[in-house]
Ligand binder design. Structure first.
Ligand SMILES: O=P(O)(O)OC[C@H]1O[C@H](O[C@H]2O[C@H](CO)[C@@H](O)[C@H](O)[C@H]2O)[C@H](O)[C@@H](O)[C@@H]1O
Length: 303
């Protein structure tokens, strides 16, 4: 079955050679030439700019990021919430027979599951390193032992040396986030640079997030690869011929999904900055437009 292949599939983990692994995907990550991304700024805009993309006879895979997409960015990850209408819409779409709902987050799997709170849907945590289907089937990216052995010492060193002046380490067991929002501006950059050096000295890869940096294992696995695995697993290798796909996200790590889904989906980047470079098909200038995206889908599939 689709779910059993999720468990059985095995991936070749990059070897203990961190540097080689870290360099191996850099060229394919290059952004396309500067282009103006069409903007969607109202519910009507979805219909106007994507006429006929969705129809109730064709199944939809709806892949959504959490922080900054379903929930507005807050001062602390513990203080995020989806507004009541978004929650209701999501719950409704989750049980629609033509809609496959998946949440793909940088948070730990259990954390994002508890925040969304919908049973029976697919979740990916830690940027896709951990995946759990609605029936409980799991896929954990097999990280090399040498890499895993560096994780705890990395957390310890970060806590000892840079968890200060308001900064703190979010330990998510296979990747971490170093939050520095509350560090005074005059020392923030220096402290962040030290955190980056510590992370890289342990062979982990750094990427920028909102007032935080992410430390991820240097493997060619991210939200893009995870999205493809999830889609293949659920709909088969020819998923692109059978279904429509929508992905929405707001962060650098979501760009991997937007890049991997190019041409076979419609992707939306939540970003206020009109100059932002993105692989997405459309830009949503405010986070609350995600609610309109969900309303557009509900209207198409339930009216
Ligand atoms: O992939 P996502 O679901 O978008 O998760 C990305 C990271 O989100 C969280 O951090 C970000 O959101 C926080 C709450 O709004 C905010 O305080 C922080 O500044 C942001 O960077 C989460 O804490 C991380 O673990 C996720 O990787």
């Amino acid at each position: 079955t689709a779910t059993s292949s999720l468990v059985k599939r095995s991936y070749i983990t990059t070897s203990g050679n961190f540097a080689a692994a870290a360099g191996s995907c850099s060229s394919s990550n290059k952004m396309p030439e500067k282009r103006v991304v069409p903007v969607i700024s109202s519910l009507e805009d979805f219909e106007r700019k994507l006429p006929g993309y969705l129809n109730k006879k064709t199944p939809l895979a709806l892949l959504l990021d959490y922080d900054g997409t379903l929930a507005a960015i807050a001062d602390n990850p513990k203080n995020t919430y989806m507004n009541v209408d978004v929650e209701k819409l999501l719950n409704r779409l989750a049980v629609h027979p033509q809609i496959f709902l998946c949440i793909i987050s940088g948070r730990g799997l259990r954390d994002v599951q508890s925040r969304i709170g919908i049973k029976g849907i697919t979740y990916a945590g830690n940027h896709g390193l951990e995946i759990e289907s609605g029936d409980g089937t799991r896929h954990d990216y097999p990280l090399a032992a040498e890499l895993k052995n560096h994780y705890a010492p990395m957390v310890k060193e970060l806590i000892n040396k840079v968890q200060k002046n308001g900064a703190w380490v979010e330990d998510k067991t296979v990747s971490l986030t170093y939050h520095y929002r509350d560090v005074p501006a005059d020392i923030s950059e220096e402290q962040k640079q030290l955190a980056i050096r510590i992370i890289e000295s342990h062979g982990y890869r750094v990427s920028q997030a909102h007032d935080a940096i992410e430390a991820k294992p240097p493997v060619n696995w991210h939200k893009g690869e995870a999205s493809l695995l999830i889609l293949k697993d659920r709909f088969g290798a020819d998923w692109a011929d059978k279904i429509k796909v929508i992905f929405a996200g707001d962060d650098n790590t979501d760009e991997d999904a937007m890049r991997f889904l190019q041409g076979s989906s419609k992707t939306f980047r939540v970003a206020a900055d009109p100059e932002i470079q993105t692989y997405a098909d459309f830009r949503l200038p405010q986070q609350d437009l995600v609610e309109d995206l969900l309303k557009w889908i509900r209207k198409t599939y339930t009216d």
